[in-house]
Write a protein that binds this ligand. Structure first.
Ligand code: CP
Length: 316
């Protein structure tokens, strides 16, 4: 594996999940694997979990860590080739990626969708620009269209908590005051298609994800119907893919409530965090014993540590 760009870079999910759970038991077992290696973390957007869990995982492997917040601190980058750069952007990704490749052995990047132009976002110009011009492995810490570290975390968490071989997993859209990208939902949908799960998506009409990603996954527009007998309820907001980047409806009746969770098979509540309480999910749900969001966030470290371990093994 050269880059961890999407979950399609996972060659054997079952092996990866076993290894991640082993790493969780002994996080310092490979504490010299990354000795004298440096990871650069580039953030074009805010983060709590991704930033700290990636830093922590790198430290667990003995790496040095350099962090840079591009917004407000870095030069504004140009991604188009052949552009006459007489407007706002000061540096081309062609130089930036090559320069960073001299300072680091591995690079991890967070660059969200701008939600203005679907084609532009789905081209993944930031991640693909760095992949094109960097000479070191690149890890996606949430790009315009995917959050594969989160999806790997979610798979680890479901594997740890599941009580049947094929649990029912429901991805339930939630209201939110701001337009959010589809990245987390996209990667979760891809991951559930790789896992042995009875997977259903529920959302109001108008919030259909890219059908190249959802493929044959059933979509139930009736949330209460979808939640029946669910073992895991993954709640997430995303803005419209069809009417791109728009909050086409903000139906607050879609908030996850204790009453709705009673329809499930004593289901576990999951969310990638950060979450807006009493908008996305009722306090009574996120504070219940069936909420596994804190352990889910804990697993972020072991997901990224597994990815880093695989990259470092190839660099030896
Ligand atoms: N879930 C997640 O990626 O959290 P952060 O945005 O805080 O990194």
């Amino acid at each position: 594996m050269n880059n961890y760009f999407s979950i399609q870079d996972i060659d054997s999910l079952s092996d990866w999940l076993k290894e991640a759970i082993e790493i969780k038991k002994k996080p310092l077992a490979n504490k010299t694997l990354g000795k004298n290696k440096t990871i650069g973390l580039l953030f074009f957007n805010p983060s709590l979990r991704t930033r700290l869990s990636t830093h922590k995982a790198a430290l667990n492997l003995g790496m040095h860590v350099i962090v840079m917040n591009f917004t407000g601190e870095g030069w504004s980058l140009e991604y188009e080739d052949g552009t006459i750069m007489d407007q706002g952007n000061s540096e081309h990704v062609k130089e930036a990626a090559q320069v960073v490749s001299q300072y680091c052995d591995v690079l991890a990047i967070r660059a969200f969708a701008k939600l203005k132009n679907r084609e532009e976002d789905y081209r993944e110009e930031v991640l693909n620009g760095f992949i094109k011009y960097a000479s070191i492995p690149i890890i996606n810490m949430e790009s315009a269209t995917g959050h594969p570290l989160q999806a790997l975390t979610d798979a680890i968490t479901i594997t740890e908590y599941k009580k049947t071989n094929k649990p029912k997993v429901v991805l339930s859209w939630a209201p939110h005051p701001k337009a959010l990208p589809q990245a987390v939902a996209n990667s979760f949908v891809e991951m559930m298609q790789k896992m042995d799960a009875n997977f259903v998506i529920t959302h109001p009409k108008g919030f259909e994800l890219d059908n190249k990603i959802t493929k044959q996954v059933p979509i139930d527009y009736n949330q209460e119907n979808a939640l029946k007998d669910a073992d895991f309820v993954y709640v997430k907001n995303w803005s419209s893919y069809v009417d791109y980047g728009k909050v086409v409806s903000n139906d607050f009746s879609w908030m996850m409530t204790k009453k709705k969770m009673e329809l499930t098979n004593n289901g576990k509540f999951m969310h990638c965090l950060p979450v807006r309480r009493n908008v996305v999910v009722e306090d009574k749900v996120i504070d219940s014993e069936n909420s596994i969001v804190i352990e889910q966030a804990n697993n972020r470290t072991f997901a990224v540590q597994l990815v880093l371990k695989k990259i470092l093994e190839k660099l030896q």
